[in-house]
Design a protein around this ligand. Structure first.
Ligand code: 5MM
Length: 337
């Protein structure tokens, strides 16, 4: 009998007010990030980018698991320690992004369908052997005129459910991420409707596929105004709407819900997480799984210069301290100083 079960791993991912670092940018996304600081994207510069975050001293005080990209799973830190081993030494659970990205289909303009199920069972065996104990699959839902279609929500929910079933069969905890994009001029009410429908449909499909919900983590968008909406909701409104959506959509046996930042700044994603906690979400643990909101500011400080690494890591610690405090409803603006 293994000491760690799927349930215990899922619970550990959201325990003690810690959360996930989404360091799983695919090559095109990592390239965009690196080019934004004037750095060419190569296997080595992407390794340096990961190295900056994963070697930060004290990361384990705030981060329970790191979602890695396949390339990083096989890479090592600057002293030659494999990243997976480094994380394990710190008590951080290594995870892996397993989807192969989202594509458009002719009949559904403006919508995307995530791919990656072919050969996934075999890939899961390889990822397990390399140390991954949880995984992530992202679906993308777009809000717009007559969007999203029910078809897009349903097809993506089916893929998420097939993925989750395969993950659990391989001994890996699935993080399911149906992301409702922040882009658009929709208001917070529309965001709540679409996010609720998307997550409800996803859990319906998970149940049909006999996915064990007690060993599944939901990664979701917050309920938030579209980035081009003329009336932007306040943090308090975001907190209230997000907790209402969760209570209407997430089954009680799910151990944890984590948020993506989705284009919010580091400070916004921290303030809004704090606001969510003011509305007593539950019975699940509620935390973060941020990429840009944790890494964006340190990336700018680093600027690809070795001399800037300590300052960038200090910035990273500040962001992690903020979200850790927000998970307890204790984040304050003074923490930015
Ligand atoms: C929505 O993206 C996820 C969370 O990141 P943010 O906090 O920045 O919104 C993230 O895990 C994302 O899935 C990865 O960065 C990978 O993205 P791509 O598009 O490269 O697969």
């Amino acid at each position: 009998m293994p000491s760690e079960t799927l349930q215990s791993i899922a619970q550990k991912l959201v325990a003690n007010y810690k959360g996930l670092l989404a360091a799983d940018e695919s090559v095109p996304t990592a390239t965009k990030r690196l080019e934004s600081i004037g750095l060419e994207s190569t296997e080595e510069t992407r390794r340096q980018y990961r190295n900056l975050f994963l070697t930060t001293e004290g990361i384990e005080n705030y981060i329970s698991g790191v979602i890695l990209f396949e390339e990083t799973l096989g890479q090592s830190d600057s002293h030659g320690t494999p990243f997976v081993e480094l994380l394990q030494q710190k008590g951080i659970i290594p995870g892996i992004k397993v989807d192969k990205g989202a594509v458009e289909k002719n009949d559904y303009p403006g919508e995307k369908f995530t791919e990656g199920l072919d050969g996934l069972a075999k890939r899961f065996q390889e990822y397990y052997a390399l140390g991954a104990r949880f995984s992530k699959w992202r679906a993308i839902i777009t809000i717009g005129d007559s969007l999203p279609t029910d078809h897009c929500i349903e097809e993506n929910a089916k893929s998420l459910a097939s993925y989750a079933a395969l993950a659990q069969a391989a001994g890996i905890v699935p993080v399911i991420e149906p992301e409702v994009l922040i882009t658009g001029d929709h208001d917070i009410k529309r965001s709540e409707e679409v996010t609720t429908q998307t997550v409800k449909t996803t859990f319906d499909e998970l149940k049909k596929n006999n996915v064990d919900l007690s060993a599944t983590i939901l990664k979701t968008s917050m309920v938030i105004s579209g980035d081009k909406c003329p009336t932007q909701a306040t943090s308090e409104e975001i907190g209230a709407a997000t907790v209402r959506f969760l209570k209407n959509s997430v089954p009680d046996d799910v151990p944890g819900v984590v948020f993506l930042s989705g284009g919010q700044t580091g400070v916004q994603a921290t303030e809004n997480l704090n606001a969510v906690h003011k509305f007593n979400p539950g019975p699940w643990q509620v935390s973060f799984s941020y990429a840009r909101a944790l890494q964006g500011d340190p990336l700018k400080v680093w600027a690809g210069q070795a001399a800037n690494i300590p300052a960038a890591q200090t910035e990273f610690i500040k962001r992690m301290k903020g979200v850790h405090a927000a998970n307890q409803g204790q984040y304050t603006a003074e923490m930015e100083n």
